[in-house]
Design a protein. Structure first.
Length: 298
């Protein structure tokens, strides 16, 4: 099945369910429809959109999510019920085995840095210092050091000299667009964690505190460079940067970009489910070797 991420960008749209279809109307005129069973996520980019209760129920029933935005920034998610498929997965996850969680985190962090290095290479940046430090590291990887080294090369390549990663900096167009991409991807990961029978409140490395979802923050790490690279491709293709156009571009990127898993080629969107399923197997069998993560292509 081909899954889709539907973005609702226009103000004043009304979303409803008709005969298994999501129907979008504006000013009493139908402007589009799509089979509900084909949806992985619906992203509502503004507050002037209404959605029927029957449609929300149907989306939850097929394990799709609704991502709510305010001023084009993701602020909330409507999710299906959390569930358990195998008691061992939840019990082993909740046991908080430090050695197992440390092994999982090392693999997630290794994948994150690999993808960051590949992202910079694809952008025409050969950062030998970052790559050599990564290849020669025989101890715990210094995530903060790699992040500083990464961003000091990324932002100038994106046209923001002296820029740095700051999620609160609304004066930086690149930071704003990155926030959106991470927010959408986080919502999709949140969904996959639930569908895989994991508890998103129990993190591997990130800690549990007020109003956070630590396992989402852990799992998203290998995927961040995909958002960064997608934004780079979007900036190359656009004369004027727009959150609306970026949202459409990113949704298409998630569906069309492919990663390799052994001899198989997967859509990046589908790889999120595979990662979460593999993480469930890690806890099921208490072996970090079961974890699979996608690698950004060179």
């Amino acid at each position: 099945m081909s899954y889709h991420i539907l973005h609702i960008t226009d103000f004043g749209c009304k979303l409803s369910k008709e005969r298994g279809m999501l129907v979008c109307k504006k000013d009493s005129k139908e402007i589009g429809r799509i089979a509900i069973e084909d949806l992985r996520a619906v992203v509502i980019l503004n507050e002037a959109t209404s959605i029927s209760g029957s449609l929300l129920t149907e989306l939850a029933d097929i394990d799709a999510v609704v991502i709510h935005c305010k001023k084009f920034k993701p602020v909330g998610i409507t999710l299906p019920n959390i569930r358990t498929y195998d008691a061992k997965v939840v019990l082993n996850q909740s046991a908080g085995n430090k050695n197992l969680n440390s092994a999982i985190w090392r693999r997630l962090l290794h994948s994150k840095i690999t993808n960051s290095v590949n992202c910079l290479k694809n952008m025409g940046v050969v950062n030998s210092r970052m790559e050599q430090m990564f290849l020669n590291s025989k101890t715990e990887l210094n995530e903060a050091w790699f992040a500083r080294e990464y961003w000091k090369h990324y932002f100038p390549r994106m046209g923001e000299l002296g820029g740095r990663r700051n999620s609160q900096d609304e004066s930086s167009k690149i930071n704003v667009l990155l926030n959106y991409g991470y927010g959408i991807l986080g919502g999709i990961i949140h969904r996959s964690i639930i569908v895989s029978g994991l508890n998103y409140l129990l993190g591997v490395n990130h800690k549990t505190y007020y109003r956070n979802t630590p396992l989402v923050y852990d799992v998203i790490e290998p995927f961040r460079a995909f958002v960064d690279y997608a934004l780079y491709k979007y900036v190359l293709s656009s004369d004027v940067l727009s959150i609306r156009m970026w949202s459409v571009f990113f949704g298409k990127f998630l569906k069309e970009y492919r990663v390799q898993k052994a001899k198989n080629s997967l859509k990046l969107l589908d790889s999120v489910d595979i990662v979460c399923e593999s993480l469930a197997n890690v806890y099921r069998y208490k072996k970090a070797d079961f974890l699979w993560t996608p690698i950004l292509n060179l």
